[in-house]
Design a protein around this ligand. Structure first.
Ligand code: NDP
Length: 408
């Protein structure tokens, strides 16, 4: 008979599900800086449906999405839970990466069983939708797609998490529980961006420019490009990050602090300001040529900073190349000089997480030991708010961070 509540790191017999659990929860009244938004609370262990699994969380990966959830922008997640899932608990349990053990499965579940060691990907959708089942629509593009531990509550910042069973993939046994929790969200996102859009998947010798090369997405992107035979060039804000990017396979690294033309494009009629901007963008392009050769432009630019960098990305990407973007960390408005965009037939492609096949393909690269999760630091459960604060202030270490949850 399971106890009502187990202490953190107290052994919980496999398959025994308590009524209550500890969670690092966000509530509306605490919205604001992440360090104040999270609080350790005792809440009910969620009920699961027929297509779901309940996973005991060993370790939880830290991602930027719960910085957004703490701030309550661009969307108020607790309102989203009410409107979207009829969840009136008033609580948001974040956490979109986990390693753990399956403790319970729903009646329809066939891919995992109680006791399996898994990593969890964060893509959810209506698994019973006819078009998805028939393969007519990519589920991560379907209107029902949601990110677990962000748009849907009961993520990994709790002793137990409720997931759709298809989110569970085999855990790489050569890694620790902590390293296993570090890579899936950023890795699968980067995989789709680089391998998901035909015509512009990474080919041998392709030059790929990667913003934030030492960050979560960037560290995965460098390795994927390397594994596909391409030439990754990383951009960072400090020379101290150069060696890390090179150790992952970057053929060169650029310090963005050497340039100051960032931000939106000046109006094209303002000739003096525009000339100044384009001088900066061309100098940045020259820095790429210094690495890969004069006239060699990136066929793919891996974007996520958004507003401040996208004008440059769209300028330096090769004729017929693609800028692929999954975020707008510095702002959501993109200014692009369309003259270059159409004349040079460039592509600006949006991307968001990944589907089951892409998550599996990326997980296989980790299982085959071809990709390192780049776990930089492990924190305690109680430090989850502080770690998100570090991320918010861009003061976090390179690579990916995790918090331990229920290691006992
Ligand atoms: P990290 O903080 O780990 O890395 C982001 C990197 O961006 C930093 O290392 C930093 O590198 C760089 N950066 C910060 N400010 C700027 C700037 N002004 N100009 C250029 N580069 C900058 O975060 P993640 O890689 O995990 O995530 C990045 C973004 O992508 C977040 O907004 C996140 O929410 C989003 N995301 C979206 C996903 C999706 O599916 N849509 C999935 C995963 C993440 P440096 O300062 O060294 O240049």
């Amino acid at each position: 008979m399971a106890k009502e509540l187990y202490e953190l790191n107290e052994a919980i017999p496999v398959g025994e599900v308590p009524k209550k659990m500890y969670a690092m929860a966000i509530r509306k009244e605490r919205y604001g800086e992440p360090k104040n938004a999270f609080k350790k609370e005792v809440i009910d262990v969620p009920e699961i449906g027929p297509d779901d699994a309940l996973v005991l969380v060993r370790a939880a990966g830290i991602n930027y999405n719960n910085v957004w959830a703490s701030l309550g922008i661009p969307l108020d997640m607790i309102d989203v839970h009410v409107k979207d899932q009829n969840d009136h608990s008033g609580v948001h349990i974040g956490g979109s990466d986990a390693s753990g053990i399956v403790y319970k499965v729903g009646a329809n579940v066939k891919n995992v069983k109680v006791g399996d060691e898994v990593v969890v990907h964060c893509g959810m959708w209506d698994v019973n939708n006819a078009d998805i089942k028939a393969g007519k629509v990519d589920p991560i593009v379907h209107t029902s797609n949601r990110i677990w531990g962000y748009e849907v509550s009961y993520g990994s910042f709790a002793q137990f998490t409720k997931v759709q069973a298809h989110q569970c993939l085999p855990r790489p046994k050569h890694l620790s529980w902590e390293a296993s929790a570090a890579y899936m969200l950023v890795g699968a996102t980067a995989y789709r961006m680089l391998m998901g859009f035909a015509e512009h998947t990474v080919r041998k010798d392709d030059v790929v420019l990667i913003w934030g090369g030492a960050g979560g997405l960037g560290s995965m992107a460098i390795q994927i490009v390397r594994e596909m035979g391409g030439k990754p060039i990383a951009v960072v804000n400090d020379t101290s990050k150069f060696d890390f990017c090179k150790s992952l396979g970057a053929v060169g690294v650029i310090n963005r602090k050497d340039f100051n033309h960032w931000g939106m494009l000046p109006h094209w009629k303002d000739e003096a300001k525009y000339a100044e901007w384009i001088k900066g963008a061309r100098a940045f392009g020259k820095a790429i040529w210094e690495i890969v050769g004069k006239g060699v432009n990136p066929r793919i630019v891996f974007e996520h900073p958004g507003e401040t960098t996208i004008p440059t990305s769209c300028m330096v990407v090769d004729r017929g190349g693609m800028v692929v973007i999954c975020a707008g960390t510095t702002g959501y408005n993109a200014t692009v000089d369309l003259r270059y965009h159409w004349m040079h037939q460039k592509r600006l492609q949006g991307s968001h997480f990944a589907n089951d096949e892409q998550c599996t393909a990326f997980n296989n690269l980790v299982l085959e030991k071809r990709i390192d999760p780049c776990l930089s630091q492990t924190f305690t459960f109680e430090q989850i708010g502080d770690v998100h604060q570090m991320m918010y202030e861009n003061k976090h270490p390179h690579g990916n961070m995790v918090a331990t949850v229920q290691l006992g």
